[in-house]
Design a protein around this ligand. Sequence first.
Ligand SMILES: [Zn+2]
Length: 348
Amino acid sequence: MKTFRLPQSDVFAALHEQARQRILLLDGAMGTMIQALAMSEEDYAGTGTGTPCAHPTDLPQKGNNDLLSLTQPEAIEKIHFDFAMAGADIVETNTFSSTTIAQADYGLQAAVHDLNEQAARVARRALDRATEIDGRPRYVAGAVGPTARTASLSPDVNNPGYRAVTFDDLRIAYGQQIRALIAGGVDLILIETIFDTLNAKAAIFACFEVFAEIGQRLPVMISGTITDASGRTLSGQTPTAFWHSVRHARPFTIGLNCALGASAMRPHVAEIGAVADTLVCAYPNAGLPNAFGHYDEGPEETAAQLGEFASTGLVNMVGGCCGTTPEHIQAVAEAIAPHSPRKVPSHD
Ligand SMILES: [Zn+2]
């Protein structure tokens, strides 16, 4: 494929060298950190304190976490900074839902370029401040979420052929997002919380299209989600099948995030690690949510489990998803420090 003849960005060599020496650390959750701030509609829209949203809409914005990169950038920068100082090598931009498809729920399709470009700049500012303090290099991963629509399944039980979104809808929307993330200065692209592999394939295709435009390849991280006890993604794949569906992208990392806590995720991470000839990354939730949707697992508990992933050679990168805080990431940093990274098997 022509895309692989494109030169690699400088970040590839630096990250591969780091990954050879140690287990890399991703940040923790953005969504649950924002929830903890208990912001009001005015906070989200930036009409009270903050910067008013420059994109007019009549729809309520409370819950539109990605909008806070524009309306409350200091609050988002602080979350990134706290994760960076806790030990994260890579932080994710606050852009999980920054596509026209996801922002349609809030009437903010026109804001998509700004949301991504500014989110990347906010994350970069936080990391530059952290690096100024301790001299450690850190990297921004542009977070690309799944959207709430599935390209391979019908939401209508009476019409199994129906699709709420097509591959091309997703490809175009992801392309806009990825272009703006790169314009904002991200070092990597992270396609995450994948429950439908066809959506992820559209995001991968969009990455390649944008890389061809800019004449350079960025590292791409790919992270699926096992949603239940069946051990499969929502679109029905085992971890092994998931890997084979995306390996053509030659991802920098492959792995799993969200949905499950570390202990329930462990066998699936091991399965991917047994087949994938690239780095493996796992970032589980802080256990399973309780009856109120909160995550009870404390930093020590999460750290002990991810420390075990590290000591048994399962992982090259770890981090946290829903419910994980800077305290979790700091405890994980200490737990993985003594251990060597997983050895990447070489196939064919
Ligand atoms: Zn999560």
